[in-house]
Design a protein around this ligand. Structure first.
Ligand SMILES: [Zn+2]
Ligand SMILES: [Zn+2]
Length: 149
């Protein structure tokens, strides 16, 4: 019963149909009616992102890995996964992004390599300026003290 409820919950965002007492996602039925049976383990993706739009032209057969990539905001262009840089807004191949294991999903950071390098340089410069201004005030205080004695 528990697993049944969870299954329904998972399917709630797309249209479902009852087939012989089983609940089946409608987009899978539409796909099978047009393109034949769905290979074991494959997923059906809604191209326009609307999980209730089950027109065959809105459906795409994908592997689970491809499906995760698509929903993580990746785009497949000429067989290479691309991602949009959050800083410059350009869509670039994944190899143009540094990866850090603590970033969610696959570790690719939101900014492309050039943007990330620029951000690092800016941060270092800001730190350097901050340190320099701290030193400067320190020197001034010392001098003030020195003048008094
Ligand atoms: Zn999808
Ligand atoms: Zn960028």
């Amino acid at each position: 019963m528990g697993t049944f409820e969870r299954g329904v919950e998972r399917l709630r965002r797309c249209r479902v149909r009852r087939v012989g007492g089983r609940i089946v996602a409608e987009h899978r039925l539409v796909w099978e009616a047009h393109r034949g049976s769905i290979p074991e383990g494959m997923a059906i993706h809604h191209v326009n992102g609307d999980n209730r739009d089950n027109r065959i032209e809105n459906l795409q057969l994908v592997t689970p890995a491809e499906h995760r990539h698509i929903h993580a905001g990746y785009e497949l262009q000429d067989g290479v996964w691309h991602k949009r840089c959050r800083t410059c807004g350009q869509t670039k191949p994944l190899s143009e992004f540094y990866r850090y294991c603590y970033y969610p999903y696959d570790g690719a950071i939101p900014a492309c390599k050039p943007c990330h390098r620029q951000a690092c340089r800016d941060r270092q410069r800001a730190l350097r300026d901050q340190r320099r201004s701290l030193c400067a005030t320190g020197v001034k205080n010392d001098k003030a003290k020195g003048d008094r004695t």
